[in-house]
Design a protein around this ligand. Structure first.
Ligand SMILES: *[C@@H]1O[C@H](CO)[C@@H](O)[C@H](O)[C@H]1NC(C)=O
Ligand SMILES: *[C@@H]1O[C@H](CO)[C@@H](O)[C@H](O)[C@H]1NC(C)=O
Ligand SMILES: *[C@@H]1O[C@H](CO)[C@@H](O)[C@H](O)[C@H]1NC(C)=O
Ligand SMILES: *[C@@H]1O[C@H](CO)[C@@H](O)[C@H](O)[C@H]1NC(C)=O
Ligand SMILES: *[C@@H]1O[C@H](CO)[C@@H](O)[C@H](O)[C@H]1NC(C)=O
Ligand SMILES: *[C@@H]1O[C@H](CO)[C@@H](O)[C@H](O)[C@H]1NC(C)=O
Ligand SMILES: *[C@@H]1O[C@H](CO)[C@@H](O)[C@H](O)[C@H]1NC(C)=O
Ligand SMILES: *[C@@H]1O[C@H](CO)[C@@H](O)[C@H](O)[C@H]1NC(C)=O
Ligand SMILES: *[C@@H]1O[C@H](CO)[C@@H](O)[C@H](O)[C@H]1NC(C)=O
Length: 885
């Protein structure tokens, strides 16, 4: 939001500034009273002896000298010429305690107190003894603003923000007639705003936002004619906006957003000629926006969205300064006012979700600073202007859901900054212009629900940053493969449904490493579902329904661990459905209308022996792999020992599970038994004692664990999974990673998670990381050129394997010398493959580089022997990827 928005500070920090005016004469006795009052407060603090307050002591009474100036030499204390305290600044002084014993009224000349960044807590001191000894009681006052504060008549500024103050605002605050600034934001204050606040005629700044205030805005505010800023947003204020606010001639910033205000806006607000920012968003205001707002010539921000305004938008850019106009989600009608069309200063314009009319090409001009424009869900008609490419800063252009006709102007391709283009749900015709392939910042392209024809232009394959592409509900035809979309390596969502695409599902699409939803339904696709489908490592949602796909469903679906939803209905498919979660949980609606499918799903006929056979072969395969891998593993005799361990633990596990229901709390997947391994690792590392720590990485701390069986493993300790994480998805992913075996990839044995600890268990490599070796001169000298080349080759093999070969592609996203481990033969073993994704379950974030940012080039480091630093950050990620993939 605008300049009124304040980010609340940490609650335990108390900032308390008091500014008095009108100094009073001091005497020597008054000064010693001040010293004693400070000492009394010091004695109440918990940490006084350790803090900077050690200088706060009385000198020995030896008769000479006066005690008048005693506190003036104390840390943080300032005095006036007469030796009386005028200020205290204890910012960041390790003071911890409360202000309850601080006797404000012993300091007649105190002008400011700054206690920022200490550990002060509790309530504001009520000064019980001085004012109302019989009625007050600290427990009742705890957390609320004490009435007594109103006795500080000369207070000019009161800041009580981002505390935990609750209860009502005392009406007696209205007695602080010298107050020019009142900061009460970010508390839990409740009740009505006292009418008496209207007595604070000297008020310039009034912040009451982010509280729980109810009731109306007092019309007594009419008297606050010096008020510059009024912030009441994020409360529960109700009723209508009092027309008296129109009298606040000095007002520059008004924010009443996020309340429950209703009724119409009083036309008197049009008198606030100094107004720069006006936020009335997210209320229940209705009626027309007063035409008098045309008088607000200094307006920079006009935020009226999410109300029920109707009628025309007034001429709000008469002053030519307006930057941000957000009036979305109202019921505004009529054309875009001329002053807005000609408003060159515009930066952010949100008009979506209204009923604006007019020709879209005539309603807007060219804006040098425009960054964000959303015109969606209105009644604009006409053709898209080619002028949009003359808005050099435009990043977001949305016009979905209008009555726009004609074709997309090829000139739109000349908008190098454009990140989001949404033209969905209009009446656009013609081909998708190949020039859109020039939009090299584009992240999202939505052209759905139009009447585009022809094929997908090959040029769209150049959109290397594209994450979301929706071309559904058009009349597109030809093979999908023509679009070369497999080059859009960042694609997360791809929707080509409800077109007339024909031929095969291109198997190249399975190279898209981030793709998580794919909708190819309602087309004329034929042929078999390619078995490369398993390479869709990230796919969560897949629809192939209403095509002409034939043959059997590839069993490889069983390897797609993230797949949650699948729809293959209305094709020509036959045979057993794969026994993966997505299929087993599918409803019959997602499977029906095929030729001859069978399986254990209600509504399908059971397969004859198929299911049992499938299960048998898959288990058989697994055992086979484990046996084959042993000789391949070479140095990994270790793994052999592990399998021995596995068999042993596996027996114990079954037994343990039978008589120990507690096991349910432990989530594990492994080539070993989770519970036994968990206990063994805790024991071997003495509960992750620091002495067993061998390194710290981006994802956790690594420990060396020597197990009772004399095997050594590296254990990477992680934060435990939270409840909301997709535990099953996570476990499936780890399971997939444990199945990877390659001589240049550090073997992941498994994962254990318990309420206390979560960790990944890896193969242990004696020589440690490349980073360590390079950092030690002697070891680095042993690393001659052939060895260095061998290391780089090894890393290359690992990356190539993970990106292209047998397994689904897995991107590392944080290759650095600290996760390249070296064995006795100087062979490189890359660790942490897949960890980036594993620890960020939100798949939409996968496009970001994880881990050691700006540093993805160990090859250079191996050659140079030192960190290549800025040289690498200057390369684009894409260039770096090229080197390695
Ligand atoms: C207008 O909006 C932009 C983008 O949100 C913001 O950076 C800018 O500060 C806003 N202008 C004003 C005057 O608040
Ligand atoms: C601080 O020191 C004074 C004198 O040295 C002592 O009387 C007092 O108990 C100490 N306070 C705390 C909290 O340790
Ligand atoms: C007595 O106080 C004076 C000033 O306050 C100081 O300079 C002097 O050293 C003190 N004498 C003794 C014996 O403490
Ligand atoms: C108190 O001191 C800090 C740092 O020394 C300074 O930033 C702050 O402005 C001071 N506060 C007042 C009210 O002078
Ligand atoms: C407080 O003081 C410490 C030590 O002098 C310093 O490291 C720290 O940055 C300071 N914190 C703030 C918020 O000023
Ligand atoms: C705010 O007030 C409402 C109703 O008066 C109450 O239900 C709610 O708990 C309060 N919220 C806070 C944070 O005090
Ligand atoms: C505004 O809301 C109040 C209740 O908070 C209701 O009594 C009043 O009728 C509403 N006024 C309008 C104009 O909707
Ligand atoms: C589009 O325009 C036609 C006539 O030009 C009109 O009937 C229809 O309601 C308009 N549709 C929308 C969504 O505005
Ligand atoms: C079919 O599925 C149900 C529930 O998922 C299961 O209990 C049953 O054993 C399965 N039947 C066969 C033959 O696999």
């Amino acid at each position: 939001m605008g300049p009124l928005e304040k980010v609340p500070c940490v609650v335990s920090i108390v900032l308390f500034v008091l500014l008095f005016s009108s100094p009073k004469p001091a005497s020597a006795s008054a000064s010693s009273e001040e010293a004693n009052a400070l000492l009394k407060w010091k004695a109440s603090l918990q940490s006084a002896n350790n803090s900077l307050l050690t200088s706060w002591t009385l000198p020995p009474r030896n008769g000479s000298g006066s005690s008048a100036s005693v506190p003036c030499h104390w840390y943080g204390v300032s005095c006036n010429g007469e030796g009386s305290v005028i200020g205290m600044n204890l910012t960041n002084s390790s003071v911890s305690g409360t202000l309850e014993s601080f006797s404000f009224f012993s300091f007649p000349n105190l002008a400011y107190m700054d206690f920022w960044f200490n550990q002060l807590s509790g309530s504001i001191p009520p000064q019980i003894e001085i004012f109302e000894p019989s009625t007050c009681n600290t427990n009742q006052l705890n957390g609320s603003i004490p009435q007594e504060i109103s006795q500080l008549k000369s207070l000019s500024e009161l800041a009580l923000y981002t505390n935990r103050l609750s209860g009502p605002i005392p009406a007696s605050l209205g007695n602080l007639s010298n107050l020019s600034a009142l900061y009460l934001y970010g508390n839990q204050l409740s009740g009505f705003i006292p009418l008496e606040i209207g007595n604070l005629v000297n008020l310039v700044l009034l912040y009451m936002d982010h509280n729980n205030l109810t009731g109306p805005i007092p019309s007594t505010f009419v008297n606050l004619n010096r008020l510059n800023l009024l912030a009441l947003f994020v409360n529960q204020l109700s009723g209508s906006i009092p027309q008296e606010l129109g009298n606040l001639k000095s007002l520059k910033h008004l924010d009443l957003s996020q309340n429950q205000l209703n009724g119409t806006i009083p036309a008197s607000l049009g008198n606030l000629s100094k107004l720069e920012t006006l936020f009335l968003r997210d209320n229940q205001l209705s009626g027309p926006i007063p035409t008098e707002f045309g008088n607000l010539k200094n307006l920079l921000v006009f935020a009226m969205d999410t109300n029920q305004f109707f009628g025309h938008l007034p001429e709000i850019c008469q002053g030519g300064k307006l930057q941000n106009v957000t009036v979305q989600n109202n019921q505004l009608t009529g054309p875009i006012p001329k002053s807005l069309r000609d408003c060159k200063s515009l930066v952010r314009v949100r008009l979506e979700g209204n009923q604006f009319t007019g020709s879209i090409s005539e309603a807007f001009g060219v804006y040098p600073n425009l960054n964000y424009l959303d015109l969606s869900r209105n009644n604009f008609h006409g053709e898209i202007s080619k002028n949009w490419s003359s808005c050099p800063r435009l990043q977001n252009l949305a016009m979905a859901g209008n009555n726009i006709t004609g074709s997309i102007p090829p000139e739109l391709g000349d908008s190098p900054q454009l990140q989001r283009l949404n033209l969905s749900s209009n009446h656009l015709i013609g081909k998708i212009p190949k020039e859109l392939g020039k939009l090299n910042s584009l992240l999202e392209l939505y052209l759905a629900d139009n009447q585009h024809s022809g094929g997908i232009p090959t040029e769209l394959g150049s959109l290397t940053k594209l994450q979301k592409l929706d071309l559904s509900k058009n009349r597109l035809s030809g093979p999908i493969a023509a679009g070369k979309l497999e080059n859009c390596m960042q694609l997360i969502n791809l929707n080509l449904s409800s077109n007339n695409f024909s031929q095969d599902i291109p198997e190249q699409l399975s190279k898209l490493p981030q793709l998580s939803t794919l909708d190819l339904s309602h087309n004329s696709l034929s042929g078999e579902i390619p078995s490369q489908i398993r390479s869709f490592q990230s796919l969560e949602w897949l629809s192939l329904s209403h095509n002409n796909l034939s043959g059997s469903i590839p069993k490889e679906f069983e390897d797609m661990h993230w797949l949650q939803h699948v729809d293959i209905s209305y094709n020509e498919l036959e045979g057993p459905i794969p026994s993966s979660k997505a299929f087993m949980n599918a409803s019959i609606e997602a499977l029906q209308g095929n030729k001859d499918l069978c399986g254990n799903v209600t509504g399908l006929k059971p397969c004859k022996n198929h299911v049992a056979e499938n299960k048998k072969t898959s288990r058989h395969n697994r055992t086979l792999i484990l046996i084959i891998v042993l000789p391949l593993g070479g140095a990994l005799l270790l793994l052999g020992a592990f399998i021995g361990l596995l068999i042993m633990f596996d027996r114990r596990k079954r037994k343990a599970e039978a008589d120990n229901p507690e096991d349910a709390e432990l989530y594990s997947i492994s080539v070993f038994d989770g519970r036994a391994m968990y206990d063994a690792i805790l024991k071997a590392t003495k509960d992750f004692d620091a002495t067993y720590c061998i390194g710290k990485g981006g994802y956790g701390t690594v420990y060396k664990a020597e197990l009772p069986s004399a095997n050594v493993v590296a254990v990477k300790k992680l934060h435990p999974l939270s409840e909301k994480d997709d535990r099953q998805g996570f476990l499936n992913e780890v399971r997939a990673l444990t199945e990877i075996r390659h001589r240049n990839i550090v073997k992941l044995f498994g994962y254990c998670s318990h309420a206390q600890h979560s960790f990944l268990v890896y193969e242990y490599l004696e020589k440690g990381s490349l980073a360590t070796i390079l950092s030690r001169d002697e070891e680095a000298q042993h690393l001659d050129w052939p060895k260095r080349v061998q290391i780089i080759k090894g890393v290359g093999h690992a990356l190539s394997y993970m990106h292209h070969d047998c397994t689904p592609p897995i991107v590392h996203r944080d290759i650095s010398s600290s996760n390249i481990l070296i064995d006795e033969e100087y062979e490189a073993h890359v660790s942490d493959f897949g960890t980036a994704k594993l620890l960020k379950l939100d798949s939409s974030n996968w496009s970001a580089l994880a881990g050691t940012y700006g540093y993805v080039a160990p090859a250079l480091e191996v050659i140079k022997g030192t960190h290549p630093g800025d040289f690498v950050s200057s390369l684009s990620t894409r260039a770096v990827e090229k080197i390695y993939s």
